[in-house]
Unconditional design. Structure first.
Length: 178
């Protein structure tokens, strides 16, 4: 009797699971039709990745977002995709901003202060002091012609950097070159 009850229980459970799973998944027919996607007249290579279903075009989010200079982060715990813009705002020289190149000599992470060996050219002003990093400064890692948003803690002594500095010598943007 116990075996009979156990078998019936397992069968009921499996039928419930398969019914429940059946509601989550649906087999569909899609059409791959050499769909071209352009961003500002530049074609994105999505070979056999985008498709048409019920009159709508579906494109992989990561490819589209990265082509628009966004970083894509996925959280499996809450099933959320977050897009983060990777661009530093354009330099505003009329408001006193300047772009400075150099090598990091010292980093004080606690106070957010950088000491820089400046590489001078005829376009930049001389900096004679430690540079404070503003709290919301954007830090980008530039590698293989791509930029990735990173944290201030990723800036290391010896890194070659480009800094956006305002008229008060406060850093609003850092680009790490590798």
């Amino acid at each position: 009797m116990k075996k009979y009850f156990a078998i019936i229980s397992i069968l009921v459970f499996l039928s419930f699971v398969s019914t429940f799973a059946g509601e989550l998944y649906e087999q569909i027919t899609v059409y791959y039709n050499d769909i071209k996607i352009k961003v500002e007249q530049k074609e994105i290579d999505l070979t056999n990745q985008s498709f048409i279903y019920k009159g709508h075009i579906y494109v992989p989010l990561r490819y589209l977002a990265e082509s628009l200079d966004y970083e894509v982060k996925w959280s499996s715990s809450n099933k959320t995709t977050t897009l983060i813009k990777n661009k530093v705002d354009k330099l505003k020289p009329t408001s006193g901003e300047t772009f400075v190149y150099g090598q990091i000599l010292k980093m004080n992470y606690l106070d957010g202060v950088i000491t820089l060996e400046q590489h001078l050219d005829n376009e930049t002003r001389d900096l004679y002091e430690n540079l404070k990093v503003q709290n919301n400064a954007i830090v980008l890692l530039n590698r293989n012609k791509k930029e990735f948003t990173v944290e201030l803690s990723d800036v290391k002594v010896g890194d070659m950097v480009g800094l956006i500095i305002n008229e008060n010598n406060v850093i609003s943007g850092i680009i790490i070159f590798t």
